[in-house]
Unconditional design. Structure first.
Length: 245
């Protein structure tokens, strides 16, 4: 797989990078001074579609923020087949933790589209955190949220059937879609299926079942959701009914 990363001038602090930091870090978590300090460190890179942003086994020295585009995260097996664990959309962190541990990255991040990423060297980030203590608090909170998400993902794989996992994936994808009722599949179904721990055939069959139930409408690579409450029930996320009075 190609590496396709190219050094590029940093995005303007008050445009792409600064806006991405505000989204990723949360305006309530970090003050303007801390956000500006973060925006001044590191380097932005343009990455071509299908190229690596970071690769498993590569020395981990930086945190990576996706400012534009979509990145797929996973690994290749011994036969070279890609097994995807999750996707990252614009303003999301690709890797928040590896650099703090030293050693190497545990997963490969591959550009699904043409992307911009910003690399924050851990030493420079530590200096910013020393000057702005709220950065350390934000990092701890963000890494704890990642651990919680991973724990939830493992629970879903072990405890939920494919229909529940598929419904949950649709809800999560809608939350990051420009249209709150429709999403566009930018990836092959086999990659999404591997993320859900199932086969492409089972994933396609599950989508057809959701369509037959009237929960979704499918037009090639577009999925329009007609019944969010049904997806909430199927995913196990619907709130428990109130007890009768």
């Amino acid at each position: 797989m190609s590496t396709g990363i190219a050094a590029a001038p940093p995005l303007p602090a008050h445009d792409g990078l600064y806006a991405a930091l505000r989204q990723a870090c949360g305006a309530q978590s970090l003050g303007e001074a801390a956000l500006l300090a973060l925006a001044r460190i590191g380097h932005s890179h343009a990455v071509a579609p299908k190229a690596c942003v970071i690769q498993r086994g590569q020395p981990a020295h930086a945190l990576w923020l996706l400012t534009q585009g979509t990145v797929c995260v996973g690994n290749h097996d011994s036969q070279g087949h890609w097994w995807q664990t999750h996707t990252v959309e614009a303003h999301g962190w690709i890797d928040l933790s590896s650099a703090w541990l030293g050693g190497s990255y545990l997963e490969t991040a591959q550009a699904q589209t043409a992307v911009w990423v910003h690399e924050f060297p851990v030493d420079e980030l530590a200096a910013v955190a020393a000057a702005h203590p709220e950065v350390s608090r934000w990092l701890l909170t963000s890494m704890a949220a990642n651990v919680r998400r991973l724990t939830s993902d493992v629970h879903d794989l072990l405890a939920k059937d494919v229909m529940a996992r598929c419904a949950g994936w649709l809800l999560d994808s809608l939350s990051s879609s420009d249209d709150p009722n429709e999403l566009v599949l930018h990836q092959h179904k086999r990659f999404i299926a591997s993320q859900l721990g199932t086969s492409p055939e089972t994933f396609s069959r599950t989508l057809r079942q959701l369509r037959e139930m009237g929960a979704v409408e499918i037009d090639r690579y577009r999925i329009r959701v007609h019944d969010v409450p049904a997806l909430l029930r199927l995913s196990g996320r619907a709130p428990l009914d109130s007890p009768p009075t």
